[in-house]
Design a protein around this ligand. Structure first.
Ligand code: SF4
Ligand code: SF4
Length: 420
């Protein structure tokens, strides 16, 4: 029998977990059509039109817990919203002050900040650069694509403000990645979107996010859908814009997602391999090498990242901030107990344990694992409930890149491992 290998840090078993903290909850200065988070204000019963801010005493208690309950060489804080920059720069100066107060010797404290970029200033970017924040910035492509859905509260597009923010990020050499939502519109213009991100934004890392939203996503938690109403993969009711469709009209279609990825991949693999970082493509190289996919959506497990609201409520995942998936509150239970609780473990293992037969028999199970469970709101071809809406797109993409991936991995001197 192989001995069980335990990773150690400072002579003790290492222990790490991750929390995506939302110190301003769902509050945001703009109003994107497909924001999955704004509606949480109603769902979590916050006072109309506002979310509570995490007060400084709670912030301190959170930072202290988060650091003290982990035993690992690097502790990563993630700040999200809503729009966290609405809290103001002084709030984040306090964050880094508190982190320095509690950081043990020899442990690296890192920060990720997700922003729409519209409130960035020289002072903000100086601070982000100085403290080595990794910024995730949302931009959906050239002006007409970005402004189609990312509007301010007066209904006007936010493209110009976001581009001004990007200029400042470059000026201050802030480490950043771009997040681009692939919706019905952007999915139809893959090269225009990709070339813009590559050549004009000069994005250090390009991340794509498929918009796949059930019509009922604002009020109905994943897996609490009306089972009898779930359509078969690829049927009319599983197409955005069709009468009786289960997805919002701005969602990307399953095939549209696949076509988008394949088209961008073809340009990337011919011209930009090793030069431009496209997160999905880099992650696939890892997978074809037989390593664990760094992205939870394409890995075998969920549940490694909790989401926390400003009132201390903790949820199983950022995409599962619904009362049904609340696992506790930091004022009542230590964070690590929630992170390693039986409920959270069951959530994590369900990703692989609930795969449909179609997924279990799929040639690309090793690269996909049925993708994110929040998107499993259709039936498989043989009628099984809980199949992924984006399946056709993912399958098309994995099949398309398979030969290239084998060549890339071999050229890197590694063995190709397409195993689960
Ligand atoms: S539910 Fe989706 S986003 Fe959340 S951990 Fe699982 S795969 Fe990742
Ligand atoms: S490509 Fe489709 S069938 Fe294959 S694992 Fe992914 S969701 Fe399942």
């Amino acid at each position: 029998m192989q001995p069980i290998k335990i990773n150690l840090h400072n002579g003790k078993a290492s222990k790490r977990f991750h929390v995506m903290s939302k110190p301003i909850g769902a509050a945001c200065n703009i109003d994107c059509t497909y924001c999955y988070y704004l509606s949480k204000q109603d769902l979590l019963e916050y006072k109309k039109g506002c979310s509570p801010e995490m007060p400084f005493d709670q912030l301190e208690s959170y930072i202290k817990q988060y650091i003290e309950q982990q035993n690992t060489p690097e502790i990563i804080f993630t700040w999200q919203g809503g729009e966290p920059t609405m809290l103001g720069l002084d709030y984040f100066k306090e964050v880094v002050r508190l982190q320095a107060k509690y950081a043990p010797k020899g442990v690296l404290i890192s920060n990720d900040l997700q922003t729409n970029g519209t409130l960035l200033t020289d002072a903000w970017c100086y601070f982000l650069s100085k403290h080595n924040f990794l910024v995730g910035l949302s931009i959906d492509g050239p002006e007409m694509y970005h402004n189609a859905y990312r509007k301010n509260r007066a209904g006007r597009g936010t493209f110009k403000q976001v581009m001004a923010g990007i200029t400042l990020l470059h000026k201050h050499k802030v480490n950043f990645a771009t997040l681009t939502c692939i919706n019905k519109l952007t999915s139809q213009n893959p090269l225009e979107i990709y070339r813009f991100l590559r050549d004009e934004v000069r994005s250090p890392q390009i991340q794509f996010i498929p918009i796949a939203e059930p019509e009922t996503f604002r009020e109905t938690a994943p897996h609490h859908w009306q089972k009898e109403q779930l359509p078969i993969l690829g049927s009319k009711q599983a197409q955005p814009g069709e009468l009786g469709s289960v997805v919002t009209s701005w969602s990307v279609s399953s095939e549209g997602w696949g076509t988008f990825l394949c088209t961008v991949f073809d340009e990337w693999v011919k011209q930009d391999l090793g030069r431009v970082n496209v997160q999905y493509f880099e992650a696939c190289v890892e997978t074809w090498m037989g390593r664990t996919n760094p992205l939870c959506t394409l890995g075998s497990l969920c549940g490694k990242g909790l989401a926390m609201e400003p009132n201390g409520d903790v949820f199983a995942c950022d995409h599962y901030v619904y009362p049904e998936y609340k696992i506790g509150n930091i004022h009542e239970k230590p964070l690590d107990q929630m992170a390693f609780s039986a409920k959270q473990q069951a959530f994590g293992f369900a990703k692989s344990r609930t795969l449909t037969k179609q997924c279990q028999n799929c040639d690309y199970k090793f690269a996909c694992f049925g993708e994110c469970p929040k998107n499993r709101f259709v039936r498989s071809y043989d009628g099984e409930v809980g199949h992924n809406y984006l399946c056709q797109g993912w399958h098309m993409f994995f099949k398309h890149i398979d030969t290239y991936m084998c060549q890339i991995v071999s050229a890197m001197g590694h063995q190709v491992r397409k195993t689960v």
